[in-house]
Design a protein around this ligand. Structure first.
Ligand code: ZN
Length: 300
């Protein structure tokens, strides 16, 4: 592709401009947004171009109802990151699927690593990204079962000084988005593999969605703990959704999926742009680490 374009450019500019065209072609070499596609020399350029911002899309390998592939969260978080990085350049970490998914271990194809492993894997990944020049890391989480883990993980970064900052992307719907979402939704908002999520996978890989199977299992809340209020317990999800399916995906469609993905990608692109320029988090972290070393000296 690249060669054809360069050749056409040379033909247009005339033989005399050939040297110039070749120089332009190599210096304007397009850097991929995906880390695994970069050469080592291009990686150095990509870190500079991204201003040290790396996106870490996190998925999981888990059942997604009877109709979606078990890698659905990886597909969605990576596509969201890709759409955002094409608007505002950042480097996207390779496919990452190490996370919290104990609640679905009874389902086929679920890869549930221990809590020690998911913690160490994430910490060591951040350490390695920082060592390679990425000082601003944005986690793009595609899996609800990671939410509590990621918040606790981020808070635990305060245990010891870090030379990087890590944030979790949190998109926020405005009233126009919410109104359009409601008008496009034909069933109801579930929690997992529902119409909204299935629509996103249809926008990305329609060939992997078996929509005719969506109603072959129940995605209804079975409320098996409704007699025990005022508490939290680890079995809550299984109590509600033993099929590891929460919603009714039968009417999913790609337009609905693209609407959601593009809205979220716009906000992620804005976050990338802000993170490039703003160093407030790092400044506050450094102030905190300094004061935490000797709290008795902290101004009262
Ligand atoms: Zn999912």
């Amino acid at each position: 592709m690249k060669t054809v374009r360069t050749f056409a450019l040379i033909m247009m500019m005339g033989i005399g401009a050939m040297g110039m065209a070749q120089t332009a072609s190599s210096s304007q070499h397009t850097l991929s947004v995906q880390m695994e596609e970069l050469t080592a020399p291009d990686f150095v350029q990509a870190v500079a171009k991204s201003e040290g911002v790396c996106l870490l899309p996190m998925g999981i390998i888990e059942k997604h109802g009877p109709q979606l592939p078990i890698g659905s969260d990886i597909l969605q978080s990576r596509e969201l990151a890709r759409r955002a990085a094409l608007k505002e350049y950042a480097v996207i970490f390779p496919p990452y699927f190490v996370g919290q998914i104990n609640e679905a271990r009874h389902q086929p194809g679920v890869i549930a690593y221990s809590h020690e492993t998911i913690w160490n894997m994430l910490q060591e990944t951040l350490n390695e990204l920082s060592r390679n020049g990425f000082k601003k890391i944005i986690i793009v989480n595609g899996h609800g079962g990671n939410n509590d883990f990621l918040n606790y993980f981020c808070m635990s970064q305060l245990e010891s000084p870090k030379d990087y900052t890590v944030v979790v992307f949190e998109w926020a719907p405005d009233s126009a988005y919410s109104a359009k979402f409601k008008s496009m939704l034909k069933s109801y908002k579930g929690d997992h593999a529902d119409e909204a999520e299935t629509s996103m996978v249809m926008a990305i890989r329609p060939d992997l969605v078996e929509l005719d199977k969506a109603n072959s299992q129940s995605g209804a809340n079975q409320k098996r703990l409704s007699k025990i209020p005022y508490m939290y317990t680890g079995i809550w999800w299984f109590a509600r959704y033993p099929n590891h399916y929460a919603g009714d995906a039968g009417k999913a469609n790609a337009d609905f999926g693209n609407f959601q993905l593009n809205y979220k990608a716009d906000q992620l692109a804005k976050l990338i742009s802000i993170m490039k320029k703003d160093n407030t988090i790092k400044t506050l972290q450094d102030e905190f680490y300094r004061e935490a070393q000797n709290p008795l000296n902290t101004k009262q």
